[in-house]
Design a protein around this ligand. Structure first.
Ligand code: MN
Ligand code: MN
Length: 294
């Protein structure tokens, strides 16, 4: 049985790991080490991954992570670290942005302040259009654009993205977030026009359909994915720890072709703008709780 305590625990782990990552998201660090360290820490605190840690650079807003053979080393990037933890399916989803270039402090500040304003609006009146307006107004006041086709989201047990969608701009919606909702607010601010698109090959996947698989290798890999992740997203990097490279590669291809797996390509700003992100998971009960606060 899920309980509010599981949500609080997942949120606490996610918030702690998010802040802890600041110590080693530094120039010279290997991206794959950063990813493995964060994911190991989550598990050492008795959390499970709600999704692979997203580590996305510069114009990439989200959905990148370290690959199994990743040779990238942090240098002067604008780095978004997005952490997802679950405890019995109850999820904490939170993100920060670290500027290793020394050029994007304001961009980070705009997303962080937009998130604070949005939380303040939830406390006052959790009206979707107004939450989006607070985010948009704050980011525009810095001279940046909010990413309008990315949004916050409701969270339910084993579902990272559920209703309602929580806009990053003024949609004029008068709908209220219902009491009893768990949800993430995640403003993205950009130096570009404020629109992202999928670009390149995804290295994050999840099961989206259940079908029979004929070949032995794919069947074996699918059984592993089901047991370890259920329908939550997982990374190619971790899959390669459990299978021979040719098996993992073959199964990923087969399972995607059969519509069983979906891949999530990196989300890139269309005008090449740099992107910052801030995110917290909240609970709207009798009071508003920020679950991923450190
Ligand atoms: Mn997130
Ligand atoms: Mn989220």
């Amino acid at each position: 049985m899920m309980s509010i305590e599981d949500w609080r625990k997942a949120g606490k782990i996610a918030g702690e790991v998010r802040e802890w990552s600041r110590d080693f998201v530094k120039p010279g660090a290997k991206v794959v080490d950063v990813a493995n360290k964060i994911e190991a820490k989550i598990r050492s605190m008795d959390g499970e991954l709600a999704f692979p840690v997203n580590i996305s650079f510069n114009q990439v807003a989200a959905h990148d992570t370290a690959n199994f053979d990743d040779s990238r080393v942090l240098k002067d990037e604008l780095v978004k670290v997005d952490v997802g933890v679950h405890v019995n399916g109850c999820i904490g989803d939170t993100a920060l942005t670290v500027d290793l270039s020394g050029k994007y402090q304001k961009l980070i500040q705009s997303a962080e302040e937009a998130l604070n304003d949005a939380i303040e609006q939830v406390r006052k009146e959790p009206k979707l259009g107004l939450i989006g307006k607070r985010i948009e107004d704050k980011i525009l006041s810095f001279g940046f654009q909010p990413v309008r086709n990315l949004s916050g989201h409701g969270i339910t047990v084993f579902e990272v993205h559920d209703e309602p969608s929580i806009p990053n701009y003024d949609t004029k919606s008068s709908k209220l977030i219902p009491k009893g909702t768990f949800f993430a607010i995640e403003p993205f601010a950009t130096t570009g026009i404020g629109k992202i698109t999928e670009k390149g090959e995804g290295i994050i996947f999840s099961i989206v359909a259940d079908k029979n698989v004929r070949d032995l290798i794919s069947r074996k890999v699918l059984a592993h994915i089901k047991t370890k992740y259920s329908t939550l997203p997982f990374s190619k990097r971790e899959l390669f720890l459990s299978f021979k490279p040719f098996e993992a590669e073959f199964a990923l291809k087969q399972l995607q072709q059969q519509g069983i797996l979906h891949s999530y390509p990196p989300l890139v700003e269309v005008s090449d703008g740099f992107v910052s992100q801030a995110e917290h998971t909240l609970y709207l009960g009798d009071e508003v709780e920020v679950l991923t606060k450190y």
